[in-house]
Design a binder for this molecule. Sequence first.
Ligand SMILES: C[S@@+](CC[C@H](N)C(=O)[O-])C[C@H]1O[C@@H](n2cnc3c(N)ncnc32)[C@H](O)[C@@H]1O
Length: 237
Amino acid sequence: MLPKFFGRRKGRVIHKAKSTLLARFLPKIKIGENTVFDKEKMFGFPVQKIYLEIGFGDGEHLAGMSLKNPDIGFIGIEVFQNGVANLLKLLTGVADGNNVPENISIQPERTDNVRVYDDDARLLFSKIPAGFVDKVFLLFPDPWPKKRHSARRFVNPENLKELARIIRHGGILQIATDHKIYKAWTMRTMHGAPDFRWTAKTSADWRCPPADWVETKYQRKALREGRKPVFFEYERV
Ligand SMILES: C[S@@+](CC[C@H](N)C(=O)[O-])C[C@H]1O[C@@H](n2cnc3c(N)ncnc32)[C@H](O)[C@@H]1O
């Protein structure tokens, strides 16, 4: 059985623009029961590649990467409603709850290449066909630093088994963290994962973000507070 979800799903306040976006724009790009995982049909146009971001938080990385890569289809997963709403704000440019256009749509400079699953990522895995995804981003996952909470960490053998199934051979799993315990945990757990190979050749390969990186909220927070993030890249072998 799926372990219980331990994070937050709702914040205290959700502003008018955001609740309007959740009610009126999310359904247009939401992954639901009837979504067909087909690269020809899932997005506004056929795509060749799929990138998946798990726990996208406020959505800066997802919004930034989907703008930089208009030909790639992006699937974003986030359970926290305020985060989902923030992504919708970035995609549509709607910021003011009193001036919401009748027909909310994505910003003119964007293509229709983002779809969102607003629930626990583990519930979606079984719906995604094997080898469907080219790249998965898991950026600054909740560290759950206490030893007795270690089973809650997203990097774990069960989730890695699912990720190995949905990532195509030669595809990439990108994990970033700024937490000392999670860093050691990730290295150890991934070392024991037979389906993945760490691609780093020098320490610069994991101490610096990849060239096309878009900063996330938690990355900025870490830097502000003096913690140095690391960026692990694993190839699905
Ligand atoms: C520490 S935050 C990092 C957010 C973002 N990636 C960043 O770097 O700013 C972790 C996020 O993962 C989400 N999350 C945790 N477990 C999840 C799950 N099983 N499915 C979907 N989202 C999840 C949380 O709601 C939270 O927003």
